[in-house]
Ligand binder design. Sequence first.
Ligand code: SAM
Length: 234
Amino acid sequence: PPLHKQRHQFVVDFVKRNKPKKVVDLGCGECTLLKMLKFHREIELLVGVDVNGAKVKKKMHGLAPISTDYLEPSYDQLRVELYQGSVTQKDARLKGFDLVTSIELIEHLTPADVELFSEVVFDYMTPKTVIISTPNSEFNIFLPGVSNYRHSDHKFEWTRAEFRSWAMKVCLDYGYEVEFTGVGKAPQGQQEAVGFCSQIGVFYQLGGRDCCKTLLVNDAEDLFSYTLLYSINY
Ligand code: SAM
């Protein structure tokens, strides 16, 4: 299957195994991943955020329930919410999720905005798990016609070592541990040398942090900086 499908399937497989109840996809674009996730009805709240509101609106109605969704009475309720907003800004409605996904998003941010993103996701939203995918620049030698970046809008593309060093710092700063993997395999025998086409970090919050955090956070700073574009209850 094409690479974008493999990235989304990676998330779907993770959801099947870990059964998160509250999931948010950052940089959800045209809601492709959300549409796959809506069939996993252990999820109770499914949220998408993108800075490009027009892009979200294009296909968001595909998230509406179809008639068969009402024929499965054993399912719990599902609520879907879509927001226009930037991952560099905090919004209190995104705190305390079980899973945050960020698929091919961070490479579109300037280094300063990547710092803000790290803070917003790991220090403010403090989800239990986070899946982040980004291009592995070491793989570019296998991509015909790619001399610099894979897309002109990319602000950077990291080697495995660069991704690892950013991820390890996030873990140290905010109390997470990370596993590295990826999708898109290199030709026979070269996997070790170059790694996956898309590199993926799966972050797990270390226990005990929630309790301390709650005591320190001032409830008065409840921020609502995103704009609700769509919401629906199943
Ligand atoms: N995650 C989707 C996927 O896997 O198909 C879309 C990936 S697309 C390459 C990157 C997306 O990130 C775009 O939809 C873009 O509008 C969004 N984006 C870029 N900067 C953003 C920001 N600061 N906050 C939220 N979304 C952003």
